[in-house]
Design a protein around this ligand. Structure first.
Ligand code: UGA
Length: 437
């Protein structure tokens, strides 16, 4: 198939490269010429394991190219809309400006029989609105909504071998035509048994909002249990293991810690609440407000735990924060719990040094007031406390002896519960986990 991918951010750049890997002829389009130059030169604009190699491979075969001109979308049969939908400033709702402008300019490049496929995370009702516009101007073109479920850090595998494919479709012959075209796009994953679910637009849009809401709820649930563990002396990691063995519950996404962040879960649950409010169904989602509150409380609680660990005062204390990204194997610092905790500690008088294998440049742009150090050993030098806030492998593998050789005082807060408390305590460390005695 000839494919265009509009928007080459996280979703679009990965999607474009993966579609070329599946054998399609792909052009990735973005309004940012620097991003396009980078991608065309095989440089990934963000850290994603395997992406540089995949770009190299697909650019070399000639199946992938990038352009900053929407005119280059013409000639494609299928156009994927992959632009961002950030949270609106000062509001909960999603900002749809990029979706609307990409859609409007794509219409100029459209040819009869083309299929537009929305992948961006949008408020329910968006696809129907865009489909209305499309049918007025191009009655022969079709719109489908095909939400994306990829995780950063596993983006390529998740795109090439997704858990499921969801097609939001118009009724009748147009829907059947869109299904045939999408089946051709995804022929490889479908041939290996990937489940495919066809629905109306609203259901497809809601599948995405509901999936992220459920994941956020699972994390906040276990963090709420961690709060109760903290006042009872119980251990949240054992509790999670025990309830996770029940297949109906499952162990995944039950890791208590500093909470969820990133460019998706926090803004998606807020946008979902805002949209439900517009539709008069706000009561249905009031629990998400609690999910959000629990999550924010984790950050405040971590600051308090650090103060306790340091004997009651943060003033002038040297704190080393291990990890700046919102999760490991990513350089994404959007709404990163680690960075917001680091900034709060600094505000309250501590001297905070942040280290991270990949995210320091992005972190520095967001929080220039913090100190940054690439080298782990130097970052820990003379620290009064270490805070492990993003569980990169090199921090999970840190040993008490190696860390002790650098720090000033042996205090450690394990904000992701990934260290072995007994090991650290035996080595003379003052160890504190989240929701663990
Ligand atoms: C999330 C979803 O997992 C994807 O399915 C979805 O496609 C994506 O959002 C999106 O909407 O685009 P992602 O933002 O990459 O993916 O990150 P997750 O792996 O979901 O992690 C989110 C946050 O939850 C991270 O800060 C992570 O550290 C935290 N987390 C995760 C926990 O605190 N505990 C857990 O047990 C799991």
């Amino acid at each position: 198939m000839r494919i265009s991918v509009i928007g080459c951010g996280y979703l679009g750049a990965v999607h474009a490269a993966c579609m070329a890997k599946l054998g399609h002829d792909v052009v990735g389009i973005d309004v940012d010429p620097r991003r396009i130059d980078d991608l065309q030169a095989g440089r990934a604009p963000f850290f994603e394991p395997g992406l540089p190699e995949l770009l190299d491979e697909t650019l070399t075969t000639g199946l992938l190219k990038f352009s900053s001109s929407m005119a280059d979308a013409s000639g494609a049969d299928v156009h994927f809309l992959c632009v961002g939908t950030p949270q609106r400033k000062g509001e909960y709702g999603a900002d749809l400006r990029h979706v609307d402008s990409a859609f409007a300019s794509l219409l100029d490049a459209l040819e009869p029989g083309n299929l537009i496929v929305g992948k961006s995370t949008v408020p329910v009702g968006t696809a129907a609105r865009l489909a209305d516009d499309l049918s007025r101007q191009y009655p022969d073109a079709v719109l489908a909504w095909n939400p994306e479920f990829l995780r950063e850090g596993f983006a390529i595998d998740d795109t090439l071998s997704p858990d499921r494919l969801v097609y939001g479709l118009p009724a009748g012959e147009a829907g059947l035509r869109a299904t045939r075209m999408l089946d051709a796009v995804y022929a490889t994953p479908l041939s290996t048994g990937t489940p495919r679910l066809c629905s109306d637009y609203a259901t497809a849009e809601l599948v995405k909002a509901a999936a992220n809401s459920f994941l956020a709820t699972k994390i906040s649930f276990i963090n709420a249990m961690a709060e109760v563990c903290e006042v009872t002396g119980a251990d949240i990691t054992l509790l999670a293991d025990a309830i996770g063995l029940d297949e109906r519950i499952g162990r995944k996404f039950l890791n208590a810690g500093v909470g969820f962040g990133g460019g998706c879960l926090p803004k998606d649950i807020r946008a979902f609440m805002a949209r439900a409010g517009e539709l008069g169904a706000d009561q249905a989602l009031t629990f998400l407000r609690e999910v959000d509150d629990i999550n924010v409380r984790r950050r405040i609680r971590t600051v308090e735990l650090t103060r306790t660990l340091l004997g009651g005062s943060l003033l002038g204390k040297r704190i080393t924060v291990l990890g700046a990204a919102f999760k490991p194997d990513s350089d994404d610092v959007r709404d990163s719990p680690a960075l917001s905790i680091a900034a709060q500690l600094q505000l309250q008088g501590a001297e905070v040094t942040v280290t991270d294998p990949e995210a320091i440049d992005g972190a520095r742009r967001r929080f220039p007031e913090l100190m940054y150090e690439d080298d782990l050993t130097r970052a820990m030098d003379g620290a009064d406390a270490l805070l492990l806030l993003t569980e990169w492998e090199e921090y999970r593998d840190l040993t008490p002896d190696v860390a002790a050789a650098s720090v000033g005082t042996k205090n450690i807060l394990d904000g992701r519960n990934v260290l072995e408390p007994a090991l650290w305590r035996r080595a003379g460390w003052n160890y504190k986990g989240i929701g663990r005695p």
